[in-house]
Design a protein around this ligand. Structure first.
Ligand code: ADP
Length: 480
């Protein structure tokens, strides 16, 4: 089976978020399951400079300029790269300039990506005809609209939503430039609240829709999480499912992790103590044996960091210490720094992005706090599970699906892996931390929950099997 993945990001070439981890890891995870995955990506400068390429298709005019489609292999990835200098050869990030401002012609750039994806689905590349097309997020979603109104309507397709907050909405004036038939400008086409919605168009056209956890798949059917698309998502709910992301267990392996002061396994958890001492040193925290809870996060409203800030005083009064790494909203950064100033030796805050420190925190802190308001999947709780850094999470999205709350029944049955609390509820969050404190005071009980978490299967294998099963289901639907 051959699947064409269309994506604006792919690890290790170009990454701004978890989407790149998924599109970078899936091809390898699927390879062992009889699924070949090729990935179509834009030819940004960082991508073009990494390639040994071979041209396989030319466009004399693709949305305002010449373009070439190349095949290339990088880091084990089988790529199709869209080299369209007028669209992608520019400095800055994949979606905007160095100041973070979006490129004004993003609609054109990602319409072009979609057009090319649909052309490939229809056979534009010699000796290559994908059985399935899999598009990721709004930047790839137009692939499915071009397929639907073009020659590849019979090719099954999957639309994966990594975060519904990003939808690619544009004014009605761009419609003429898309080159779609007039009939597409309709409620069941690309039209969205009087404009053009790229993600909306993909959700409408896809044979199947997935998101990155089963709970988020249910949540986005409600007005509170649906970001205006809940009506459409409800209509499509028979074709909607959630598949949790895996993690890269070579990079995130406490047995071999070079960022750690001491490596360890589930059998040698005492090794974590040296890592805890290293955190105390690095974050200027008092040295004691009480719990340290860490945070590794974008500091934003979505992540519920304001809720955390509101309970820091009672949490510190309970005897816990906090080690916080993140960056984001200036107001939230300020609130955390003020808490660190108020509680010297008890609250450590590092503002910035620090990959090494993020590993050290997972390897040495007792728990990780994740009070998100919504969380399509979440990765830091998965790292926490793998590292014996017990996750304390809001019961939402992927957090709800991957952490088993240490309620009495779960503790007795030996299946608990962390703590859950009601989202957006500061009182319940505080209570969850008090529950964690109490369990931490019993070293055997705490070690049991750590070990149970470390046994959780957070690998890509399980998720890849679910994607492969979905692809097979779509092929039988096509052939029915
Ligand atoms: P999101 O993609 O919504 O930010 P995820 O939990 O899915 O949230 O992924 C966040 C990723 O970014 C994780 O790999 C986490 O370790 C990493 N990360 C977040 N903030 C920082 C930071 N300040 N320093 C280092 N890594 C960070």
């Amino acid at each position: 089976m051959q699947v064409l993945s269309v994506t604006p990001e792919i690890f290790p070439l170009i990454k701004t978020g978890g989407l790149a981890d998924v599109t970078g890891a899936l091809p390898q995870a699927l390879a062992g399951l009889g699924v070949g995955m090729r990935s179509l990506v834009p030819g940004y400068p960082v991508v073009m400079s990494a390639l040994k390429k071979k041209a396989v298709h030319q466009y004399t005019a693709l949305h305002g300029g010449k373009a070439t489609l190349h095949t290339a292999e990088v880091a084990g990835l089988d790529l199709l790269v869209l080299d369209a200098p007028h669209l992608f050869d520019r400095p800055g990030g994949p979606y905007g300039d160095a100041t973070g401002a979006d490129w004004q012609d993003n609609w054109r750039r990602f319409a072009a990506l979609g057009r090319v994806g649909a052309d490939i689905a229809a056979g534009a590349v010699k000796d290559y005809k994908p059985d399935i097309v899999h598009a990721h997020d709004w930047q790839s979603a137009m692939t499915l609209a071009y397929m639907r109104y073009g020659e590849a309507a019979q090719v099954p397709s999957v639309m994966t939503v990594h975060n519904l907050a990003f939808q690619g909405q544009f004014g009605v004036n761009i419609f003429a430039g898309l080159g779609l038939p007039q009939q597409a400008m309709a409620l069941d086409g690309v039209e969205y609240y009087g404009g053009v919605g790229f993600l909306k168009a993909g959700l409408q056209a896809a044979w199947a829709i997935t998101t990155v956890s089963p709970t988020y798949a249910q949540e986005i059917r409600t007005p509170a999480f649906g970001m205006g698309l809940d009506g459409l998502i409800n209509l499509r709910s028979p074709d909607l499912s959630g598949i949790v992301n895996g993690i890269d267990d070579d990079i995130w392996n406490p047995e071999t992790d070079k960022h750690l002061a001491a490596t360890y396994t589930a059998k040698s958890l005492k090794g974590r103590k040296a890592n805890k001492r290293a955190i105390e040193e690095r974050m200027t925290l008092d040295r004691d044996d009480g719990p340290i809870y860490c945070v590794v996060s974008r500091l934003t409203w979505q992540k519920g960091i304001d809720i955390l800030a509101s309970i820091i005083d009672p949490v510190i009064a309970s005897g816990a210490r906090l080690a916080i790494l993140g960056s984001g909203d200036a107001g939230l950064e300020g609130a955390l720094l003020a808490a660190a100033a108020r509680h010297r030796g008890r609250v450590g805050v590092v503002i910035g992005y620090d990959e090494g420190l993020s590993h050290q925190l997972q390897g040495g802190a007792d728990g990780i706090l994740i009070p998100s308001r919504f969380e399509p999947c979440g990765l830091t709780q998965l790292y926490g599970l793998r590292y014996g850094c017990v996750p304390i999470v809001a019961r939402t999205g992927g957090l709800a699906d991957t952490v088993i709350d240490a309620n009495e029944a779960a503790v007795t049955a030996g299946v608990a892996t962390g703590f859950q609390f009601a989202p957006e509820n500061a009182g319940d969050f505080h209570h969850a931390i008090l529950r964690a404190n109490a369990l931490h005071a019993d070293p055997a009980a705490w070690a049991a929950i750590q070990k149970q978490g470390m046994k959780s299967d957070v690998s890509w294998d399980r998720s890849a099997q679910k994607y492969a099963a979905l692809y097979r289901k779509l092929l039988s639907k096509r052939d029915a």
